[in-house]
Write a protein that binds this ligand. Sequence first.
Ligand SMILES: [Fe+2]
Length: 218
Amino acid sequence: MRLELRDQMRKSGYMFFSGYRPNESIVDIAESFGRPLVPWENGLVQTLVPRTEAAPNTYSGTFGLGHFPFHSDLAHWRTPPRYLLLRCITGYMDVPTLMIDGHDLIDTVTIDVLARAIFKPRRPRDGNVSLLRLCESVEDVMRIRWDEVFLKPASRIGEIANLQVREWLSTCTPTARSLAQTHDTLLIDNWRMLHARSAIRVGREDRAIERVYLEALH
Ligand SMILES: [Fe+2]
């Protein structure tokens, strides 16, 4: 299982498990896959529900029930979580999670541009502004980050990359996986894949998904 999981993640950047291990919690599953991480106090398990009103500096505050733009999670952190695990509590076939392979982004925009593209968080964290590259070699992989809400270009190449990435995202066809049934589970490589929630249709406002971040797989 562990080898298969690693191989599949290396191959596709994500893995979908239908109606997975119904008697176990997301924490059990996260621990069986790898090392869960707590991104903020009491944040081990986060429950994601659609919101029409939320703080303006959040995705829900900006986009409400609409389609979220493609991003990697916590892209404004120096080291974003390596993996995210999503598990369905209440789901719908017509609210798929959309994914785009960052390797295709590298092929298109080029490693040269992405690695030199400097971005910074739109809001300073704790008074510090960190400069972040869209793409960098970490361990044995290329780590990609992208978030048009929380990051903004901070160099000339950053500006160029910003336009190129947005342009490319607007034309590419994402992979869709629906967390439709309770216990459907999706593991995503957050250093490689960009993801987005599709729009919440009328009658789907009770969608609820749990999320746990992992820093590594076993
Ligand atoms: Fe996300």
